[in-house]
Design a binder for this molecule. Structure first.
Ligand code: KG4
Ligand code: ZN
Length: 331
């Protein structure tokens, strides 16, 4: 099945063409440079950028793949969760194409898209499995059962872990997005220097809380400054904060897998790129199999949306022009 995917839920404009589990082309335009100077994603600007870039990426896709759009079996677009203005641009564009080419149109849940991204990288993967979905907007533990039913079993009760990385980075005077910066400088830092709290780590549920970490880092910085330390140990602070977040993520994810008797664990979202997280997985490889899709499919992209939409189209689903964005889907 040949499906065109469109993703505009946050700050990545993406269009992709997917044939079963094969990605023919996945074009991703990251708006990060535009939002950088504001220290975070500005929703209104994101929507305008999508509007500007979508037609350009679509033409590029047609040109590079030399595909006759009349040959596709359907169109899949992210319907939510995400920024309402950004989603609206993608959904409207998809509707335009659905009318123009008279093709079925399905709205895809972005989170479900992240789950299906795995099949692009690991076509042999079979449920059940546990997913740790860690991005700038989401921190979720999902349980995917034998029939691909996806259930959220854990979530952050406050900040997403990517957001926590970004906020701690800002406190340390690092650039945006902060996750990759913290990852980079932590390699030369000592993760044991500061014993930052690991909230909810030993609670019986699978939920997280990350908003307290930035406060702990802030207090530590203040304490160091009050003690007359002029040059802050940025690398140790970053490494210690990173370690606290990763310890909780891994503890809770492996606990979920253990509790449900599931061996396969899948990582998704931008934070899955974290090198310390990947390194620490080694401690658990005797018990679990880990699946980490390449970053191209781990962070936001339209190929995963096309792949998830394919499952809906195969079931004969067609949302047609009645499709509306649902910014708070799954909330
Ligand atoms: O999935 P993603 O690309 O976009 C969405 O948020 O949907 O994730 C972006 C988040 C940002 O918060 C960024 O700081 C974080 O992922 N991130 C990382 C790393 N690379 C990206 N966090 C920790 N370590 C990294 N290497
Ligand atoms: Zn995402």
């Amino acid at each position: 099945m040949l499906v065109l995917g469109i993703e505009t839920s946050c700050d990545e404009t993406s269009i992709a063409l997917v044939n079963n589990n094969d990605v023919i082309l996945n074009l991703v335009y990251s708006q990060i440079q535009t939002h950088k100077k504001f220290g975070g994603v500005v929703p209104e600007i994101a929507a305008r950028e999508h509007l500007k870039k979508l037609p350009i990426l679509f033409s590029q896709l047609v040109k590079e793949t030399q595909i006759d759009i009349n040959e596709i079996d359907g169109i899949a677009v992210t319907k939510g969760p995400g920024l309402i203005g950004a989603l609206l641009v993608g959904v409207s564009f998809a509707k335009g194409l659905a009318i123009r080419y008279n093709k079925p149109l399905v709205g895809v849940n972005h989170i479900v898209g992240h789950v299906y991204a795995n099949y692009l990288a690991y076509p042999e993967l079979r449920p059940p499995y546990i997913v740790l979905m860690v991005s700038g907007g989401h921190t979720l533990i999902l349980k995917v059962n034998e029939s691909m039913h996806i259930k959220i079993i854990g979530r952050s009760v406050d900040d997403a872990v990517g957001e926590a990385f970004d906020k701690v980075a800002r406190l340390l005077g690092l650039g945006y997005p902060g996750g990759p910066e913290i990852d980079r400088i932590s390699k030369d830092g000592n993760p044991k220097t500061f014993g930052f709290p690991r909230p909810k780590m030993y609670d019986p549920d699978y939920d997280f809380s990350f908003s307290g970490l930035k406060t702990s880092v802030l207090y530590e910085i203040k304490r160091l400054k009050d003690a007359g330390i002029e040059e802050l140990p940025i690398k140790d602070l970053a490494a210690s904060a990173q370690e606290a977040m990763i310890d909780v993520l891994l503890h809770k994810t492996t606990k979920a897998a253990k509790d449900f008797g599931i061996e396969n664990i899948v990582l998704a979202g931008g934070v899955a790129a974290n090198s310390r997280l990947r390194e620490k997985l080694a401690e658990y490889t005797l018990e679990f199999n880990f699946f980490i899709p390449p970053l191209e499919f781990c962070s936001d992209n339209a190929a995963m949306i096309a792949r998830a939409g394919m499952a809906l189209l195969e079931d004969g689903k067609n949302d047609g022009l009645g499709l509306e964005p649902s910014p708070n889907l799954f909330e």
